[in-house]
Design a binder for this molecule. Structure first.
Ligand code: FE
Ligand code: FE
Ligand code: ZN
Length: 293
């Protein structure tokens, strides 16, 4: 059972070790998967992949027995494919997304998490239409087999993808549905207003509306804010409004086995990564058995 759980965290990728450093960081947390940005999340400036020590990182992945199919890349969050108001910005977002898919392939990886974007006041229908058109154009031309996992968002501002129905709409209107799935973020879904403490029910709703076969990644975060707050502020596991028991249930739910689960919880005092402790806690058998009774 435990071997079917893939649990890791967001890790950095920075000079001088780049990807090799990312893999080392993940292993130092006792993780068997991880997620990273191929550059700064806030911008689209990217170093050429040749500089990123990918071969050494992949060698260490192999040596450590990690599965590259479970390792996740996150697209820069400023990419917005959800509005066409500014034609040149829209084109730029599509171009960057195309580049990013090719970069993911250069790492030998298969899944790119993408925020669906914001309709920027143009309305949900326009947002959906823009996303579908952009995905069609990008996936027609990128030449990779990398999958995009559209993230469930908290629904602040004009944020798209906050409801399962919107994601379902996108998945059923694109030309290449085999290339697109969903990333379920516990903090975001809570903040959007789904009572994820009803674990079986939530998974069942997801399965009915979107389909569990579309679930490519899960972000495991506690939330600083209550159900339906539309805020999106992550909290450490067990310290927020969702709580340890519920998050632990997602880690160990048999229907979610095999799906990579990634912590994006904040550093402690902004300096210490909490991930080794949080992974230990979430996998601690005695702790869990005590919790199951
Ligand atoms: Fe995200
Ligand atoms: Fe997330
Ligand atoms: Zn978030």
């Amino acid at each position: 059972m435990a071997d079917k759980i893939y649990l890791g965290s967001h890790v950095s990728m920075s000079s001088p070790e780049y990807y090799l450093g990312s893999v080392k960081e993940a292993l130092s947390y006792g993780a068997n998967t991880f997620m990273f940005y191929t550059g700064a999340p806030q911008n689209t400036f990217r170093l050429p992949v040749e500089k990123l020590r990918i071969a050494e990182g992949r060698a260490l992945i192999k040596e450590a027995g990690l599965d590259e199919n479970k390792i996740i890349v996150h697209a820069p969050y400023i990419l917005n494919i959800a509005n066409q108001l500014n034609e040149s910005l829209y084109q730029m977002a599509k171009d960057h997304l195309t580049n990013e898919l090719r970069r993911v392939q250069a790492f030998g990886l298969k899944i790119l998490v993408l925020h669906p974007g914001s309709h920027v006041g143009t309305g949900i229908e326009n947002g959906l239409d823009s996303i579908v058109k952009a995905l069609d154009e990008v996936l027609d031309n990128d030449g990779t087999d990398v999958k995009i996992a559209l993230e469930t968002m908290a629904g602040k501002g004009g944020e798209m993808g906050s409801t399962f129905e919107q994601l379902h709409h996108i998945l059923t209107h694109i030309k290449h549905p085999e290339r697109v799935g969903v990333c379920f973020d516990t903090c975001h879904v809570n903040d959007e207003g789904v009572d994820i403490s009803k674990v079986d029910e939530t998974i069942e709703i997801f399965d009915r509306v979107i389909g569990l076969d579309k679930l490519l990644c899960i972000h495991i975060n506690d939330s600083k804010n209550p159900l339906g707050s539309h805020k999106d502020r992550h909290e450490n596991i067990g310290y927020g409004e969702i709580g340890f028991d519920t998050l632990c249930a997602y880690i160990h739910h048999p229907k979610l086995d095999g799906i990579p689960k990634i912590l994006e919880t904040p550093y402690i005092n902004k300096v210490t990564p909490p991930y080794k402790k949080e992974i230990e806690m979430l996998l601690n058998k005695e702790f869990i058995e005590g919790w199951r009774d």
